[in-house]
Design a protein around this ligand. Sequence first.
Ligand code: PMP
Length: 416
Amino acid sequence: PVGSTPAGCGSTATGPLGVLGVPGQVNLDYAATAPCARAAADAVAELLPWYGSVHRGAGALSRRSTLAYERARQDVGDFLGVRPDDHVVFTRNTTDALNLLARALPPGTRVVTFAAEHHANLLPWPTGTVRLPVPGSAGDAVRAVDAALRELRRGSGGGAPILVAVTGASNVTGECWPIAELARVAHAHGARIALDAAQLAPHAELDVTALTVDYLALSGHKLYAPFGIGVLAGRADWLDAAPPYLAGGGATLGVGAATHDVRWADGPGRHEAGTPNLLGAVALAAVCTALAEADRAAQYAHEQALLARLRSGLAALPDVAELRTFEADAPRVGIVSFVVAGRESAAVAADLAQHWQLGLRDGLFCAHPLARRLLAEAATRSGRRDLPPTALRASIGLGSTVAHVDRLLTALAATR
Ligand code: PMP
């Protein structure tokens, strides 16, 4: 399978989608930050000697760096299937990208989102945002958005712009949201849709044009690239009409002597003031290109097989309860959250790290409303009164193996 590595955690990984790691340490925390792919490390190593100022110098190093940066923008856009007139803006991460979009909304825009979102897709939106309750199925989600948009249209006399902001895959449950249907419903009501692709992009092919998504946000560090680089891609008009996200060099065409005398640039540069993250952009683009050239169906099948093994192994442990929003067999990416009845999740995570060299996350995963609700539901479903107040999350991706999954299941059986 694509990117699979020898047993252990892959510090010897080869091929562009091999991932770097430390022998003996098993990373089951890809949803927080995925390991770095060889393609990213190689792209950085190749560029380092040529490291020069982007968009700001005439020397050969600077020219090459500028070309590499703009080429990276093109490659990332191609990977995401953006429309020819979309902008691809480099940001720091998904949080930054969604905050940028929130600041670029035309005045009076109403936003519709779900309580199931990561905080990055809950908190940036303006006052008056409609936060729909966590739905029980993908169909419920589509119906809820349809009803909310109908209501908003009626209330505003049809005039105000509307943005539906939803995740592609939940960072708590891994469940995939019905993006194409939500986009269809949004557009039928004249609204736009923004996709938080932080968790979907690492696992499944994404095409903004085919999905008819208006905006997409993602993080490099979840997509096998380094920290500090992310993307907001999408419709140019709102972005070009908005005040620059950051004011400063690179975002202007000209500045006069008077304080108000500024002509802001159009295009992605309008929102990228300051010297950009060249290495991050180039590394992210290298991973995108490697993924675009890989057999993603095989990658998906490999991850789904591991996920099925993990979930059925968890289901067989009598004290373990999985957290889920949708039906048990709803499509999902390689993320599972669960609790061990009678054990504090932080203590279990510490035990797994110390005695089993397994790295997992515990907590509420920056999605407090969703995680709390699912913990309460898990208590009801299991009939147990001794479930802890926070959860554990295991997540997999390129480089994950059957041995990693089995190690977790063995450790959990022992830790009970
Ligand atoms: N959205 C989702 C679905 C996420 O899982 C995350 C990260 N956990 C974010 C947004 C925020 O990503 P970042 O911290 O890289 O900005």
